[in-house]
Design a binder for this molecule. Structure first.
Ligand code: C2E
Ligand code: MG
Ligand code: MG
Ligand code: MG
Length: 285
């Protein structure tokens, strides 16, 4: 009986794994089609100065309006795009679309830096710099309007070629930010080696800032260290005014989060930029 049960369990797992593998392959082929069918959309989330409350930039966040009309979030498809390599063409589309939109806001009189997320996979090979330059040229956009968000794990992989790629991007005039700072295998040595402009303090440290003294200490230390290295800081996941106030007290430069605005379609960002062009206004209130 035991043997029989074991065999059944095995069969159950095999079928289960098979079903998962098939689902994954299907998703992959739908993702491939999504590029051709132009089903991706960028939403943008404002980044606000905690000093004068101006909108200093927006982060481009991808969504996928699939064939069934569902709006898929990055967590549902970015991991598979990364595994399959499809993140390279998708990422190139994101770069072109973000630059085109930055140009449109510039032309409309609302200059705004656009931050784009990059996956480690996009750093393999040597096409990234060409893709970035291509997107800027196509949009006729100066590099200073583009910021690239990198993760710590990305900086750890094959350090020499990554360093060279980042050097070339910096030489063009592009800004670099480290995303989710503090959650990866942080090596502070990387802050010395890579010429980054900004640290994005991960939302996991920001969330309980007011109640957890350890989180408060970490956030405060990151801000102090960043400033002594001439880096800017932005806090992610700021959901309340009390958090924004505390971060301002800590001299954090900027904040991003639902308290100010959720990620919004480009058209709504245009309105947002119009309304908050003057310093002193507080979005969310
Ligand atoms: P991320 O770059 O750290 O982006 C911040 C995420 O936090 C976004 O989730 C955003 O919607 C969410 N968020 C913003 N404010 C708040 C808040 O106040 N509270 C909470 N709880 N969450 C907030 P989203 O849009 O689902 O993106 C998830 C991740 O997917 C991003 O994390 C980024 O790593 C990745 N991603 C998004 N777009 C792209 C892309 O174009 N390319 C690549 N390679 N990755 C992308
Ligand atoms: Mg990001
Ligand atoms: Mg982040
Ligand atoms: Mg992230």
């Amino acid at each position: 009986h035991a043997k029989q049960a074991g065999r059944n369990t095995y069969r159950f797992f095999a079928e289960e794994m098979n079903a998962q593998a098939i689902e994954r392959l299907e998703l992959e082929s739908r993702l491939r089609q999504a590029i051709e069918r132009d089903e991706f959309v960028l939403h943008y989330q404002p980044q606000q100065s905690l000093v004068d409350r101006r909108i200093v930039g927006v982060e481009a966040l991808i969504r996928w309006r699939n064939a069934d009309g569902e709006m898929m979030q990055p967590a549902d498809f970015i991991p598979i795009a990364e595994d399959s390599g499809l993140i390279v063409p998708i990422g190139n589309w994101v770069l072109r679309e973000a630059c085109r939109q930055a140009r449109a806001w510039l032309d409309a009189g609302h200059p705004c830096i656009v931050a784009v997320n990059l996956s480690a996979r996009q750093f393999r090979g040597d096409e990234l710099v060409d893709a970035v330059i291509g997107a800027l040229v196509l949009a006729d956009l100066d590099a200073r309007w583009l910021e690239l968000e990198l993760t710590e794990s990305l900086l750890l992989q094959d350090a020499e070629t990554t360093l060279e790629t980042l050097r070339r991007l910096k030489a063009i005039g592009i800004r670099l930010a480290i995303d989710d700072f503090g959650t990866g295998y942080s090596s502070l040595a990387y802050l010395k080696r890579f010429d980054v402009d900004k640290l994005k303090i991960d939302q996991s440290f920001v969330r309980d800032l007011l109640s957890d003294p350890d989180d408060a200490a970490i956030v405060h230390a990151i801000i102090e260290m960043a400033h002594s290295m001439q880096l800017k800081t932005i806090a992610e996941g700021v959901e309340t005014q009390a958090l924004a106030d505390r971060l301002r007290l800590f001299h954090c430069d900027e904040a991003q989060g639902y308290w100010f605005a959720r990620p919004l379609p480009a058209a709504e960002i245009g309105d947002f930029l119009r309304r908050h062009a003057e310093p002193g206004q507080l979005p969310g209130s």
